[in-house]
Design a protein around this ligand. Structure first.
Ligand code: URA
Length: 321
């Protein structure tokens, strides 16, 4: 009976299901969905073996079953798990994605490295000086494994700022953002609405060093670079911003929400509390579009809306090819 998941009543030799549940419950909590207090610990089987314990399971979801050897343990059927999940989330099953929420300003611990980043960023009075501060900064562990610090490309003072995620292999080699395959697609996307990094666009990323194996940046890596990004936006002072991909959108907007929800919305991007918001839009990351070309039509809609935003702000573009 020790291998039976106390939550689902399903054979779970590795405990993977229990761990998945714990991660799921944690995810909802982090996403701002209030869970009831953790229930009392599951009853210990009579032989003293403690069943796989998972917290945050509503007591009501549990039922008492007699195990094969007459042991009493707390179990729940898969259906009751779904019901319980629906109850704690206040939704019907299956649970829907959580609503977007604004992250609290003082999210997480402010580390020494983040404080150092903040003061280095504050010293910079131009994009070039900021790039030098970033290159000299040793507070992000990714730097040790990267070949180059990658900060920006394009025209300083351009009306349009594009913000991506993180350098990849080619960017790490060359030292400029978006020069690999996804950069080539980005250039084509921008070109389709008369934008280009050689005339009217500035491009940067959420972090400045390539994560190993091109993995998604971790939250602490993003957090430590955040003061630099905020200062970059402030110094670049663009008139409109295009966020490409979920990492850029979540970081800049301080909202936990899928890119599919953030795209299609008029966004107001604030670099600092005391500066006026900059209008913007979010769209899919080009590397995602390379993997899912069928979504390019959605990205095209986003680009047309971004083009309309630029024109409504009086920003001239080169027109469509
Ligand atoms: N992906 C990004 O988000 N940025 C780059 O610079 C390259 C790939």
């Amino acid at each position: 009976m020790g291998n039976v998941n106390v939550i689902s009543g399903v054979h779970d030799p590795s405990g993977a299901r229990a761990r998945a549940w714990a991660v799921l419950a944690g995810f909802w909590e982090e996403a701002g969905v209030e869970l009831p207090p953790a229930p009392a610990a599951p009853r210990v089987a009579r032989d003293g073996a403690r069943p796989n314990a998972v917290s945050n399971v509503p007591q009501a979801a549990m039922r008492r079953d007699a195990g094969p050897a007459g042991q009493v343990t707390e179990t729940a059927s898969p259906a009751s798990v779904d019901e319980a999940l629906a109850r704690v989330l206040g939704t019907s099953t299956p649970p829907r994605a959580p609503p977007a929420r604004t992250l609290p300003a003082a999210e997480g611990a402010v580390t020494d490295a983040a404080l150092e980043a903040r003061s280095a960023a504050g010293r910079a009075q131009s994009i070039e000086a900021l790039a030098q501060e970033i290159a000299a900064f040793d507070g992000c562990p990714l730097k040790a494994q990267a070949r180059r610090t990658v900060v920006y490309d394009g025209i300083a003072g351009a009306p349009v700022l594009v913000i991506g995620e993180a350098p990849g292999a080619e960017e790490d080699r060359v030292g400029k953002p978006f020069v690999g395959p996804s950069g080539q697609l980005l250039d084509r996307m921008l070109g389709a609405i008369g934008l280009s990094r050689t005339t009217n666009v500035l491009i940067t990323n959420t972090i400045y060093w390539r994560p190993p194996g091109n993995r998604k940046p971790l939250e602490p890596e993003v957090a430590v670079c955040r003061p630099f990004l905020a200062r970059f936006i402030e110094l670049a002072a663009p008139r409109a911003i295009l966020l490409v991909g979920g990492t850029a959108a979540e970081t800049v907007l301080r909202r936990v929400a899928p890119i599919s929800r953030l795209r299609g919305q008029d966004l107001a991007i604030t670099a600092r509390e005391d500066t006026p918001p900059i209008p913007g839009r979010a769209t899919f990351h080009p590397s995602y579009l390379l993997r899912r070309p069928q979504d390019k039509r959605l990205a095209w809609q986003d680009l047309l809306q971004f083009e309309a935003l630029l024109h409504s702000l009086g920003i001239e573009t080169a027109g469509r090819p």
